[in-house]
Design a protein around this ligand. Structure first.
Ligand code: MG
Length: 719
């Protein structure tokens, strides 16, 4: 926050013997100095502005802060009989570092459009700044966006902001349960670079980068002590890998009572794209990020791990260690990658876009082969022989007459457009699939343009091909460029021209330039996108308002029912399984749960629930109900899922049983399990008994139940 804002936003801080010295100083500082105070509020609610007071007057007021006002105890400023009269004076002090603020960006389309942030006053700044990870939730960028900031005015509101509305707790979107917050752009590129097999760090670099990322002085490591790892290479000098830096961070952020993270997650970057590897050994593949006991043992980290992607590293940390750790990890990773990028730098230049000579030839050949496609497709569509000769004047005239007929009929024209587009799209995809990325001068890990598009940092494959190969067919409202009455698309073409170019097909690219007609067509298609967004926002905005207004009263009650404003039941269980969307995303990931069994067991402390819930009744009914669903009632209809452990949706129970029976990782087992069924490197006593796993899964189900009072009507209308 800039100081201009900090001096205007105030909080009525009650004066007590504990803080009187600080409050006195703030009052003496007055409204203009920072930190200071705007006003002093007496016990009866009367406010004394410090605006026009001299320093002597302010000092006099400051000295009286603990002196009770005469006859104050009886009076009540708000006239509310229920409210306890204030017994102390209040100082309306300036906003300070660490205060909690509610930020809001309009349009406020969903819950995370308002989040609570901790303030940091930035001296000399004039703009509001915030962490990039929140841009997604607010849909904010920095091209002139404005945001509203509210300062909660009492301790209860502040507690709510800190515990419920804070950014860490808004990691998952309430409509889909998938992550909203994540790192973007430079951080994604830096992550891929850093975890690359070719990246190594000397002792100085390793310590410097770890220290900058972890910030032990801000207690980011738990104990204020940074744990480091021994180097991967000792001779000729100690070197650490980029993966070890990630491992070091994971070791440091793992909460003391929990175990290291175990995770196997698929990356965005396919293994085949790492052209330096031969790709023959699947154990060396970078396609999967594998964490064992908190150590990153294989795979690079990219957008799918710490971007806003489901089941990635940050999402998994959120599930196992909780929202605070996930938020912390995001902050640490963003500092880490920023710092790393300052050392290596990143750029994109012409040689990242150029094709090899061979690639150019392939591109030219495919375009040459496709030259007659337009005429062929047109002749076939109008019913002339496909291989007819257009240099024959009769055929040419015949075609022109039939094309004119088609032009006057919109439906016929749509058909022609479709036929032509189908013919040309083949050429476009043929070129793009063969040439990019196979025939670029620089292959992937060294090609910065490809690094950006493949890792998901910025741009797509379409952007890359539009630069390097061709723009392709330009479309308006799903059709080709419209023809005028003259039978031309632009005055520079012949009437009823069947060539691809006249219909808006651009065979040129940005790298070498497009011709004027092609540029014009491209602008037409680009403009359509702008119009669409302008029209769509107003319509979808009104539609959403209508939905929200009608559904806003619907909420979940203590008996798990979803009810209307007049208490009529809409659903006996929210979503038929009574689960919270944000908590159920990981619930069906049995393998992940099993791998992190100890951490889950410690976090959910199953022992807490044991004596508070019925353990067997619902379980035995579920067993029968799964076998004979027609004979027995669904357990949830008989036993409340919050009172009876094992009262779950049949779908979940069935999936759980299926997993236990299949036992894909062979981690489930007992002492009696055959030695051949125990995974390599594990002992019998390290196997997890299926019964323990079942109990934990049931406990997780209970913990994932939706809270009473949740306004699910709003959630429904947002999706
Ligand atoms: Mg903007």
């Amino acid at each position: 926050m800039p100081p201009v804002f900090a001096r205007k936003l105030t909080f009525p801080e009650p004066v007590t013997p504990h803080n009187v010295h600080i409050m006195r100083q703030l009052v003496i500082n007055g409204p203009k100095a920072y930190p200071g105070a705007m006003m002093v509020q007496n016990e009866d609610g009367q406010q004394i502005s410090l605006e026009r007071k001299t320093i002597e007057e302010r000092t006099a007021i400051a000295n009286q802060l603990l002196t009770p006002q005469e006859g104050s105890a009886a009076s009540n400023p708000n006239g509310l009989a229920t409210r306890t009269p204030a017994i102390n004076k209040k100082v309306l002090r300036h906003l300070q570092d660490g205060d909690i603020l509610i930020l809001n960006r309009q349009p406020t389309l969903h819950k995370p459009s308002m989040m609570a942030h901790r303030a940091k006053i930035l001296k000399g700044e004039k703009t509001i700044r915030m962490h990039y990870a929140n841009c997604n939730s607010y849909n904010a960028d920095f091209d002139g966006d404005e945001m509203n900031i509210h300062f909660p005015q009492n301790e209860v509101a502040q507690a709510e902001a800190r515990m419920i509305a804070n950014t860490d707790n808004q990691y998952l979107g309430p409509t889909s349960g998938s992550p909203l917050r994540g790192l973007i752009q430079d951080h994604v590129v830096a992550g891929v670079h850093m975890c690359n097999k070719a990246t190594f760090f000397s002792r100085e670099e390793y310590y410097q980068i770890i220290y900058g990322a972890l910030r032990p002085e801000d207690n980011y490591t738990g104990q204020g002590r940074v744990h480091t790892l021994p180097p991967a290479i000792w001779k000729p000098r100690p070197m650490w890998t980029g993966k070890q830096i990630i491992s070091t961070i994971m070791v440091n952020i793992t909460p003391p009572n929990l175990e290291g993270l175990n995770l196997t997650s698929k990356n965005k970057i396919q293994n085949s794209l790492w052209q330096r590897d031969d790709g023959s050994d699947p154990n060396m593949s970078e396609e999967q990020a594998v964490f064992l006991d908190g150590y990153l043992v294989r795979g690079v980290l990219d957008k799918s791990q710490y971007g806003a992607s489901a089941y990635g590293l940050v999402h998994s940390v959120h599930e196992v260690y909780g929202p605070e750790s996930a938020g912390r990890l995001l902050s640490i990773l963003s500092r880490l990658f920023t710092k790393y990028l300052q050392h290596i730098a990143f750029t994109c230049r012409m040689d990242d876009l150029i094709l090899t000579k061979e690639g150019e030839q392939i591109r030219a050949q495919i375009l040459e082969d496709a030259k007659g496609d337009g005429a062929r497709a047109a002749m076939e569509y109008v019913g002339l022989p496909k291989d007819g000769d257009l240099s024959d004047p009769d055929t040419a005239r015949n075609l022109a007459i039939r094309l004119e007929e088609i032009l006057r009929d919109d439906d016929m024209m749509a058909g022609l457009d479709g036929a032509m587009q189908a013919a040309f799209n083949k050429t476009t995809s043929k070129i793009n699939n063969v040439v990019v990325p196979g025939h670029l001068v620089k292959p992937f890990p060294d090609n910065n343009m490809q690094t950006m598009t493949i890792s998901g940092a910025k741009g797509s494959k379409v952007n890359a091909t539009q630069i390097s190969t061709l723009l392709g067919q330009q479309a308006l409202e799903g059709r080709r460029v419209p023809t005028m009455v003259s039978g031309k698309t632009l005055p520079s073409f012949k009437p009823f021209d069947t060539s691809a170019r006249a219909g808006g097909y651009v065979a040129n690219r940005f790298l070498t330039g497009v011709r004027p007609q092609e540029y014009y067509f491209h602008c037409m298609a680009g403009r359509e996108g702008l119009i669409d967004t302008a029209v769509k926002t107003s319509r979808s905005g009104y539609l959403q308002r209508c939905l929200i207004k009608h559904l806003e009263g619907i909420r979940v009650h203590y008996d798990h029912t979803v009810r209307d404003a007049d208490q009529s039941v809409l659903q006996f269980f929210y979503g038929e399984d009574a689960l919270d969307v944000t908590r159920q995303k990981h619930l069906y990931q049995f393998d992940f749960c099993l791998q992190n069994m100890k951490s889950f067991a410690n976090r959910f402390s199953a022992a807490d629930i044991e004596d508070k819930m019925d353990q067997d009744t619902a379980v035995s009914l579920m067993k029968k109900a799964l076998k004979k669903p027609n004979k027995y009632e669904p357990p949830m209809s008989k036993y409340s899922p919050s009172r009876y452990l094992g009262s779950m949706s049949e779908k979940f129970a069935a999936e759980l049983e299926k997993f236990v029976e299949k036992n894909p990782g062979k981690l489930l087992g007992t002492k009696k399990t055959a030695a051949s069924d125990v995974p390599q490197g594990l002992r019998h006593d390290q196997l997890i008994p299926p019964s323990t796993f079942r109990i934990l899964s049931r406990v997780r189900y209970v913990k994932s139940l939706i809270d009473a009072g949740e306004a699910v009507g709003l959630l429904a209308s947002q999706g």
